[in-house]
Structures are given as structure tokens and as C-alpha cells.
Design a protein around this ligand. Sequence first.
Ligand SMILES: Nc1ncnc2c1ncn2[C@@H]1O[C@H](COP(=O)(O)OP(=O)(O)OP(=O)(O)O)[C@@H](O)[C@H]1O
Ligand SMILES: [Mg+2]
Length: 336
Amino acid sequence: MDAIKYNARRFAEVLGLSTQELAQAESRGTLALAREPLPPGVKPTYTAQDLDTARKQLNLMPARRPMRKQLFLNFKGGTGKTSVSTSYAFRLAEMGHRVLVIDLDSQGHASKCLGVEGEEAAHTLFDAIIKKVPIEKVIVPTGMPGLDLVPSNLSMSTIDLSLMPLAAREFRLRNCLKDVETRYDFVVLDAPPSFGLLNLNALMAANDLFVPVLADFLSFHGLKLLFETVQSLEEDLEHVLDHIFIVINAYNATYKIAKEAREALEKHYPDFLVKQVIRQCTKFAQASSEGTPIFAYDAESKGAEDIQAVLDEVRAKIGEAPKLKLATAPGAKEQA
Ligand SMILES: Nc1ncnc2c1ncn2[C@@H]1O[C@H](COP(=O)(O)OP(=O)(O)OP(=O)(O)O)[C@@H](O)[C@H]1O
Ligand SMILES: [Mg+2]
């Protein structure tokens, strides 16, 4: 990830301060960032490292919480799993949380979106869950303090086959994450659009499932299959997810079909559908081509604004967390 630069207004905003409060903290010396004196008239810029330092000096670190594993999965391709998960994870780190992104897709797109070339990575999750290399050795830093990555590359493409003969093959990922339980507040997993043992491992490791969907009727078929899979996990492997969040992505309200699909999702999945939609936004493609999440590329874009609102809605729910049995969820039954 290229060095991230914040102007004073955005830097203050990310810290939850007014620009005046930030200026006061700097002039009083409660915030002392290492930097060369600025020539007159030059406005200060701040780095991601400054953000981390400022949080520590100003005592603005969020409370530590038990590690929460959040999986972004849809068996259908191209619904925004990678764009949304990497931006969401970046934003959590920007807010001061300790976050690990796990790229589960041999395409290595999540790695690329965070500025890491997966092909050059010495290790991937394959080494951790098949060869039992300690996961600490597989994790690499990104340019954002607090945001780490388990990268991926083509070596991951045979992982389902390699998992097949192994003992406890559904629990490998869950078990290896236990080694970093105290190191992260959030683990964000970006899944490939496929159905196999790796994604089963990811589901078995997850507390929450995020399902990015497009507002079209093909998405419905995919959702039904996903809900059936989750239901069979509950029944056969006794793993109950805390929350399922269906997130409508790339929404364009001027398309009649998109509005109709949204209404249908509201009707069939009222307990799982996130109210906030993520609007269509060309900045996602531009940001990923530069290997940077949308918040670093354009924090004022529609995409960044909507992901922030999704995050706020999710955060409000995460605290409650009564386990929800799919078998008793009306939305899931109606469509089945
Ligand atoms: N809200 C959005 N508005 C416009 N374009 C978007 C939006 N979200 C994602 N995209 C674009 O859609 C394409 C697919 O997105 P992305 O790669 O995130 O999907 P995915 O579900 O991870 O795909 P795959 O199934 O291949 O892993 C990308 O070109 C991305 O830039
Ligand atoms: Mg993807």
C-alpha cells in the first residue's frame, strides 16, 4: 500500500476530534509527532503511522475485545466480497482496532487491494493449515499500522485437494487461528466464489458471515444455496454463526430491477439484510488498481461513505449477539 496521507481535517475526523482539538493538542504538546518543521504557508499532512502514534499519545485506542472472525462469502462471483471486505478491514484498523485479513482466494485479490503482491509472498494459508507452519510466520504487515495480512497466491488453488485426506479437515483454520487469539480484535476473511473444503473451514472458523449480493435475481439462487449450507453446518457440525449480514452492493436505485430485487430481499431475509446498501461507485475499481482500499483512495466517495454506514450498523448489532438458529428464522424458511 502506498504511503497514506491525511490532511488535517481528515486526520482529526478519523481520530474523532475537531480540527481545532487536533491543533490544540499539537500546540500544547499532548500530541508530539516526529516531523520536520514546515515552511510557512505549507499545510501539514499526516501518515498512517502518525495516526497510530496519535491514538497512543492521546489515549484514543478503542477497547480491546475478544477476537471476532468475520467471513465475507458468496458462492456467486463478482459480488464485491473482496472490495467490501478489504475496505471494511482497513477502516477497522483506521479506527484503531487490530485487524488480520486472510486472503482465501488463489487469485490473491485481497492481497492486491492491500498493496501486497501475493505471488511474491513466502508463505500463504496453505503452509499454515496444510504444512502446519505457525501462522505468525505467514502473516505480513500492510502499510497500515494495525492491519496485517495472510497473503494468497496460486499455490492456494490445490488446497481443497490437500485438505481432503487430513484429520479434522473442517477445523484446520479455526484451530490455527487460536495461536493469534490475543493479537487481533478482528479477523476478516475474504473467500473465493466456490464451494469446497477451504470455504467450509472458513465457515467453521467464523463468528459472523457477511454476504455481499448484487441487487439482481440471480443472487437469490446463490443465497438459497448458502443458507442451506449454513443450516447443514448447524445441524451436522454444530456450528452456529452469531450473525449473518446480507449486504446489497453496487446498488443503483435508477434501475427498476435493482429496486425490485432489494424489495424481494427485504421480504425474504428481513432478519439478515443490512439496511444500508453500498451504492455503485467507480472508485472501487480505481482504488483496487492502485492497491489501496477505498478509504485511503477517496474517503469522501459514495463507496467509503456507505461502507462506513454498514460498519456502524453492524457494530450496533455485534454487541447484542444472541445466537440465532437458522431453522427458526422466518426469512430462511419462506424462500426454501
Ligand atoms: N459498489 C461497487 N460499485 C461499483 N463497482 C464495484 C462495487 N463493488 C465492487 N465493484 C467492482 O466489481 C468487481 C468485482 O468486485 P470484487 O472483486 O470485490 O468481487 P468479488 O466478489 O470479490 O469477486 P470474486 O468472486 O471474483 O472474488 C470489481 O471490478 C470491483 O471494482
Ligand atoms: Mg474476490
